[in-house]
Design a binder for this molecule. Structure first.
Ligand SMILES: Cc1cc2nc3c(=O)[nH]c(=O)nc-3n(C[C@H](O)[C@H](O)[C@H](O)COP(=O)(O)O)c2cc1C
Ligand code: SF4
Length: 439
């Protein structure tokens, strides 16, 4: 298609991307227990670089060991991590693809904490209401140290020759735990009114700019609407899009170059990733979380119960909303943010078909889209669009089996119906270990 908006470059203040499709963040337990990187992660990222995306936004990369969700995610918590990220970036760049690293801190939302830190940090000392992950409220010294850890992470990403960083300010992790009126119950300068709740995030932005300067790409992933009461009606609803529009304006004034819009104040959330609740698969993998939270054993038994499992599934899918509207689910909120800021805005959530992506951009809803699961299903989705195909022959079904396998098994597509056989599916999942680290 001539003049296809999908293949028009997108210029940020410090960075230009060759097209409008970003590989959205995807974690997977590919690395070593201590957070040092592994060749499997490089193999994984190269699948998408070869498939034609303009940029890859990394997995959740913890800025401190205490801030990880689960062991075996590559971290950026010390200077000795830099060579790994440099090598990953070098190989991704060979495919004319940019690499943006997601600077992250779990806060209380830790699925499997590992052995180093028993208790998580958070804006609050209240455990999370869904899994019962326990935490302690951060002191101002701990806040200051964590702000510094984000700035150090940005410096290391720059030293590694990567193309920019993204702050994980979405989906219930530490920054959301400060931003959200549904979670933050502090009485000091970091709690209460929106400006106070945004202080932690704005201090991180300021510290990063003071450390790496103005000419290194910095974007923020943010949940436009929290839907904090999506599953537990006694919870407060949390931030609405009006709050997030204001936060995004502050972020722009503070020197952020782009915004990446998601939704939900916990993860996973019925609206993120938007799709099904694969009960049969969850029965096999939720057990790895049982010792992590005060409510995880209860949840496991509920999931295993024939009736209770179905009730939970129905509640989840009702909170998600109409299945037919999964593609571009966050677009209405993203458009409100785009209309209020001058920097480019990326929208995540359900995108899989070229016409829907074109429409999202040309209608002024966003400047680019980010894609996760449809790219797991079809690594070369962007190349398909380039060849003139509007949608993949064997699309992602939004079944979310990849998601619920991620804490226990290698990340990949677990929707057997997309493959000719179970063996073919397993071979594809295991292909991330090829080439092997020692040859
Ligand atoms: C297995 C899996 C892992 C994910 N890991 C992350 C992550 O580390 N950081 C993040 O910001 N989002 C993460 N997400 C959310 C995606 O980046 C994306 O925003 C979301 O899935 C919606 O996009 P999609 O409909 O194209 O999948 C993950 C999603 C999946 C399915
Ligand atoms: S398991 Fe495969 S089909 Fe299902 S949501 Fe994940 S990528 Fe899509």
């Amino acid at each position: 298609m001539p003049n296809d908006i999908i293949f028009e470059p997108l210029a940020f203040r410090n960075l230009t991307i060759k097209n409008r499709v970003f590989r959205s963040n995807m974690s997977g337990r590919f690395d070593n227990y201590d957070g040092s990187g592994n060749l499997a992660r490089i193999n994984w990222e190269l699948k998408f670089a070869r498939g034609g995306v303009g940029a890859i936004i990394s997995s959740f990369v913890p800025v401190t060991i205490r801030g990880r969700i689960i062991p075996n995610y590559a971290t950026i918590s010390s200077d000795d991590r830099v060579p790994f990220w440099r090598e990953l970036g070098r190989q991704v760049h060979q495919h004319d693809c940019k690499f943006i690293l997601q600077l992250s801190h779990s806060g209380r939302q830790r699925d499997i904490p590992g052995i180093e830190y028993e208790k998580a940090l958070s804006s609050t000392s209240k455990r999370d209401p869904l899994h019962g992950f326990e935490c302690e409220s951060m002191s101002t010294d701990q806040i200051r140290d964590t702000v510094g850890a984000f700035a150090d992470g940005a410096r290391r990403a720059r030293e590694a020759g990567l193309d920019g960083v993204e702050l994980h300010g979405a989906n219930g992790y530490l920054i959301t735990q400060f931003l959200s009126s549904g979670i933050n119950d502090r009485k000091d300068d970091y709690g209460g009114p929106l400006r106070n709740r945004a202080r932690f995030l704005l201090e991180i932005v300021e510290a990063i700019r003071a450390t790496v300067g103005r000419d290194f790409h910095l974007q923020v992933k943010i949940s436009a609407t929290d839907f904090n009461d999506a599953l537990i009606k006694t919870e407060k609803p949390g931030n609405v899009v009006r709050d997030t529009v204001q936060v995004c304006q502050w972020l722009e004034q503070a020197g952020v170059d782009a915004l990446h819009v998601s939704s939900g104040s916990f993860f996973p959330h019925p609206r993120n990733p938007p799709g099904d609740f694969p009960l049969d698969e969850l029965e096999k993998t939720y057990d790895s979380l049982i010792s992590s939270g005060m409510l995880t054993l209860r949840n496991y038994l509920l999931i295993r119960g024939r009736l209770t499992g179905r009730v939970f599934k129905r509640r989840w899918e009702r909170a998600r909303g109409d299945r037919a509207k999964i593609q571009g689910l966050n677009l209405p909120d993203t458009k409100k943010i785009k209309q209020a800021v001058g920097v480019p805005v990326i929208c995540t959530g359900g995108f899989q078909d070229a016409p829907a992506i074109r429409q999202a951009i040309t209608s002024g809803g966003c400047d680019a889209v980010s894609i996760a699961r449809p790219l797991i299903a079809n690594n070369d989705l962007v190349e398909m669009f380039r060849r003139g195909q509007d949608s993949p022959d064997v699309p992602c079904t939004y079944c979310n089996r990849c998601l619920v396998n991620a804490p226990e098994n290698p990340l990949g597509c677990y929707e057997e119906s997309r493959f000719n056989s179970r063996q073919e599916m397993v071979d594809e999942i295991m292909s991330v270990f090829n080439p092997p680290p020692f040859r």
